[in-house]
Design a protein around this ligand. Sequence first.
Ligand code: BV8
Length: 249
Amino acid sequence: MDTSAFEINPQLIQVLRSASKVVAMTGAGISAESKIPTFRDAMTGLWSRFRPEELATPEAFARDPKLVWEWYRWRYELVAAAEPNPGHHALVEMEDMFAEFLLITQNVDSLHTRAGNKRVLELHGNLSRSKCSRDGQVVEQWPETDQVPPLCPRCGGLLRPDVVWFGESLPTGALEKAADAALHSEVFLSIGTSSVVEPAASLIYYAVNNGSTTVEINPNPTSQAGLVTHALQGPAGVVLPALVAAIKG
Ligand code: BV8
C-alpha cells in the first residue's frame, strides 16, 4: 500500500496546535492494521459466502440464531487475538493533547479502550458484551451450556451480542451526544470509514455546517473526500502517528 500518498498541510497542524475541541470518528479501517477484516472486506473461510449486512440484522438472528451467534463468536476470537495498532495508540496520545477530545467509534472491537482511550462513544455497541434478546439487558455471565446461543439466566430468552444491527436504533443518547460534539468541534477527523452506514456517516455534516476543519484519513478516498478540508490518503496506522508527530513539532 502506498503510504506516501499524503501530505500534511501546515495549516492543519496550525489549527490542531491551537484547538481544544477535537472529535475523531473511526470505522473498521482503523482496525485493518490489527488484522481485523473491515466490514466491506470479503469475509474469509466459513463466512466467505455471507455478507455482513445480511448477518448483522434482527431478521438473520430470528431466522438462524445459532449461525449469527457463531459468526460473532468467530469475530470475538479474531478481536481477542488482535492488538491495537499505531493508529489506535496515536488517538490515545491525541486524547491528552486536546482539552475536549471525543473518540466516536462505529467499531465493536474494544481496541480503542484496550489501547487506552477513556473518552470513547461506541455508536454500534460492542461484541464482547452479550444481552438478553427479550429485554435487552446486558448479561455478564451464564451457566456453561451446549445450547447455542445460550439462554438468559433470568428469563430463558436467547442471548445475543450487544451490538446495533441494521434496522435497529443506536443506543439512547449516543447519536445526540455525537452530533453535539461534531457541531461544536473545531476539528473533526473521519478515520477509516467508507462513510456508507447511517446515521454515523452524516455526523461530519454537523462539523461542516459549523465551519469546523474536517479531515478524512483513508487509503481509499470516500464520497466525502471532496467535502473535507483535508483528505489524507493513507493508512491510519501511518497517517495518525505522523499527524501527532507534526503537532508536537
Ligand atoms: C438506524 C454493528 C434508525 C454490528 C454496524 C439513513 C438514516 C438512518 C438509517 C439508514 C439510512 N440509510 C440507511 C439506513 C439503514 C442502515 C444503513 O446505514 N444501511 C447501510 C448499509 C446503507 N442504518 C441502520 O440500520 C442504523 N440504524 O439508523 O436506526 C432506524 C431504525 C429502524 C429502521 C430504520 C432506521 C444502524 C447501523 C448500525 C449497523 N451496525 N455494526 C456488527 O458490527 O456486526 S455497522 C458496521 O458498518 C460496523 O460497525 C462498521 O464499522 C460500520 C461502518 O462500516 P465502516 O466502519 O465504514 O467499514 P467499511 O468496511 O465499510 O469501510 C472500511 C474503510 O476503511 C474503507 O473506506 C477502507 O478504505 C478503509 N481502510 C481500509 N484499511 C484502512 C482504512 N482506513 C484507514 N487505515 C487503513 N489501514
